[in-house]
Design a protein around this ligand. Sequence first.
Ligand SMILES: Cc1cc2nc3c(=O)[nH]c(=O)nc-3n(C[C@H](O)[C@H](O)[C@H](O)COP(=O)(O)OP(=O)(O)OC[C@H]3O[C@@H](n4cnc5c(N)ncnc54)[C@H](O)[C@@H]3O)c2cc1C
Length: 420
Amino acid sequence: MGGMSEAVPDVLILGGGVIGLACAYNLLQAGRSVHLLERQEIGSGTSHGNCGTITPSHALPLAGPGAIAKALKSMLRPDAPFYVKPRADFALASWLVHFASRCNGRDWRRTAEAKGELLQLSRRLTGELVEQRSLDCEFQAQGLRYVYSTQQAFDTDRDTLPLLASLGIESNLLDGSALASAEPALLPGLAGAVHFPGDAQLRPERFTSELARLVRSLGGVIEEGVEVQGFRSSAGRIEGVDTTKGARRGREVLAALGPWSASLLTSVGLNLPIQPGKGYSMTYSPPSVAPSAPLVLREHSVCVTSWQSGFRLGSTMEFSGYDNSLNAVRLDALERGAARYLREPVGPERREQWFGWRPMTYDDLPLIGRAPKHDGLWLATGHGMMGMGMSAATGRLVADLMTGREPCIDPYPYRASRFA
Ligand SMILES: Cc1cc2nc3c(=O)[nH]c(=O)nc-3n(C[C@H](O)[C@H](O)[C@H](O)COP(=O)(O)OP(=O)(O)OC[C@H]3O[C@@H](n4cnc5c(N)ncnc54)[C@H](O)[C@@H]3O)c2cc1C
């Protein structure tokens, strides 16, 4: 197994993040042979240091009424959780104009429905996958809490709960004292919380390595340390790629390159509106009093996940292009934010500081399906803030579409041709 000159695989998959791996697994399950190419190591991109929450609760899109005003205000605060760096970049400017045009009630609701469906299906499939395949990834289904230090933020979010409920996403309210007894890791005196019982969590690094193990055990070929440099086509049909280790072929090619999708795909005339939405995380050894379920500290937009194996603070959303600096102000903002809510905001030992680029589309929906303009090319990318939580359903849908099965979910909202 693993030879380079063997028979042409049914599907050549580009990118070994959670999305490429979930697609590989589902294609193998559907009887297809797969060969996956990863530039570095499996799961070393955006799928590495993220918060690992599986969140139907996050169905409401970022582009909502009021989002632009909020973004403009936060441009004045370099430690704000949602930040747009003023800079001359045509692609980012155009992305922001499109994003702004979607900040209205109608698009917001429609997108929420499409996101909600994908997230809920994916939540169910993730649980089934972990159980059936005994994936060792610290999966836990105890829901997630949005926590508020101020009554005002609590009230504002409460107004969105009926919309979530209409999408099938349930929640329970906890006032300050109910919260204090439900979650002893929190400081006393907070305003309250919304508990979303349908959410879950896992350790993302473990999930991707377990998926890779599963893919290999089913006969899939994974090559690491191979960088894709361009596409090979013949008579308008994509037939493979050129890489740093030579050509690789596939009967069909599936690009799952996360935030790197747009640059590689421009070479075949596709202009995908994917911008990197930069986020940070800090990982520690577990504190002695850790939260029992993941938390979102709402006023500071800090996400807290604790596993047996570690403790992570993450988040912030920064639109500053492909900027790869580790910004100390933003890393500190995570710890400072956490200190307002948690008895032990950090663990005893700091193990990792990380940033990642979320692959953000301006309509906050992924691209899943056949690529426009080319035969033989498929896309699974643009999962933004929710690639872990959408991976299982994305993999299933890709396998359905590529094998001509009845799709598990209406593929129309995620069609890759909507930006063509
Ligand atoms: C701070 C932060 C917190 C987050 N928290 C959550 C969360 O709690 N829940 C959730 O669901 N999502 C979360 N996300 C989002 C989630 O991490 C992403 O949506 C998801 O990881 C995207 O997966 P992907 O497979 O598309 O991309 P990636 O994981 O980036 O995979 C793409 C792969 O392609 C490879 N690649 C790139 N170029 C090439 C090339 N030329 N040749 C070969 N290989 C190449 C890369 O090395 C990479 O491994 C968070 C993100 C951030 C930044």
